[in-house]
Design a protein around this ligand. Structure first.
Ligand code: TXA
Ligand code: MG
Length: 351
């Protein structure tokens, strides 16, 4: 009973988008594409509508939702103050794959902020997301459109897998460009703090702001992350994942050793790795268990593929997974953050 509408042309398909807007204004849920991952949207000013998001996802109720806006006027509607730091980020990166944490206005329901006096604000760049928000005419609360704890969907088919029968409508805008969730930047203090790394990189933020910090919880320290959702087990495939990290030139040999060892113990081994490593394992690992995430070091390709491939292992017999790590520079920081969480920080250092 979940309907899927493919949107290829937002101008020609005004009627379909108007329908999505109507569902949202009526308190219903609509899944929609963004340039990062698919979102599960509801009217962000309607607490009852937002409650349906928590129900459909099985999301813990203390985990706040971010609000998606189509323009600057909607930012003003929900932010108590757009600080000079936020102004710079708006000018440089919005619309785009970034979420700003700002003090909120009272119009934002308590239900969605988990009791915080701040709100996450994101202005997506994807034409379908923008047209849908405009059609709804209100800020749209939207977490990633997955069941809580599973990898975020980057295709409409993956949304359907988790949400079939739970929501009335999915807008299909094709696969998402970046494939990892937006960078979350806390703009409420004197220095910008990255709460979740994404496609707007630490390096890009530093260039625009002159400096920025990483939430200590991201660098492995045993502190509670300030983005509440980052504390939960996340992005997890069903089979346990171990990462191999380190010297790229030694990866293929290291994978061979680990695959042989695990197969020797009777395991069915799935591999998520670069094109180079996958090629070198073709004689050891059957094709359906070998997921190629792109050329070694091609961070845009890797980000775009990791979630879908983690999801795809659930259709195989794999009972253990090995994944190849990459650099933590640029977009690599976001990729490694997701892979570390997917592997519950199980990793082997290759040197
Ligand atoms: O790319 C994205 O951001 C996607 C697309 C759909 O826009 N959305 C997304 O939402 O990833 P979600 O709910 O899966 O992740 C948002 C994160 C959660 O970890 C949540 O705890 C955190 O943002 N968050 C929300 N409001 C916050 C606040 N006021 N302060 C700190 N963290 C907050
Ligand atoms: Mg999520």
């Amino acid at each position: 009973q979940t309907e899927i509408i493919t949107i290829t042309d937002v101008k020609a398909q005004r009627e379909e988008l108007a329908r999505a807007g109507k569902v949202l204004r009526g308190g219903g849920l609509v899944a929609f594409p963004t340039e990062t991952v698919y979102g599960l949207g509801a009217n962000g000013l309607d607490a009852a509508a937002c409650a349906r998001i928590y129900e459909a996802k099985g999301r813990p109720s203390d985990n706040p939702l971010i609000l998606h806006v189509s323009d600057r006027a909607m930012v003003e509607m929900i932010a108590a103050e757009v600080t000079p730091m936020a102004e710079k980020l708006l000018a440089a990166f919005m619309p785009g794959p970034i979420t700003l944490i700002l003090r909120r206005k009272a119009i934002v329901p308590d239900r969605i902020t988990g009791g915080l006096d701040t709100v996450g604000i994101r202005m997506p760049e994807h034409p379908v997301a923008r047209a849908m928000i405009r059609a709804a005419g209100v800020p749209i609360a939207a977490p990633s459109a997955n069941i809580s704890g599973r990898p975020s969907p980057t295709t409409a088919a993956s949304v359907l897998r988790d949400m079939d029968g739970r929501i009335p409508l999915i807008l299909d805008g094709g696969p998402c460009h970046f494939g990892v969730e937006s960078t979350i930047v806390d703009c409420t203090g004197p220095v910008a703090v990255i709460l979740r790394p994404g496609a707007i990189t630490r390096e890009m933020l530093t260039e625009v702001l002159g400096g920025c910090k990483l939430d200590p919880a991201l660098v492995g320290a045993d502190t509670v992350p300030r983005a509440p959702g980052m504390k939960y087990k996340h992005y997890a495939p069903k089979a346990p994942l171990t990462l191999l990290e380190g010297d790229a030139a030694k990866m293929a040999a290291a994978f061979r050793r680990q695959v042989r060892r695990l197969q020797g113990e009777g395991h069915t081994v799935g591999v998520l790795a670069s094109h180079e490593v996958c090629e070198s394992l073709q004689d050891l690992v059957p094709e359906e268990l070998l997921k190629d995430y792109g050329p070694q070091g091609d961070l845009l390709a890797i980000a775009a593929h990791i979630y879908e491939e983690l999801i795809a292992f659930n259709d195989t017999q794999a009972d253990v997974l090995l994944g190849e790590g990459t650099t933590e520079k640029g977009l690599g920081l976001a990729i490694m953050n997701r892979l570390h969480k997917a592997s519950a920080f199980h990793s082997l250092k290759i040197s």
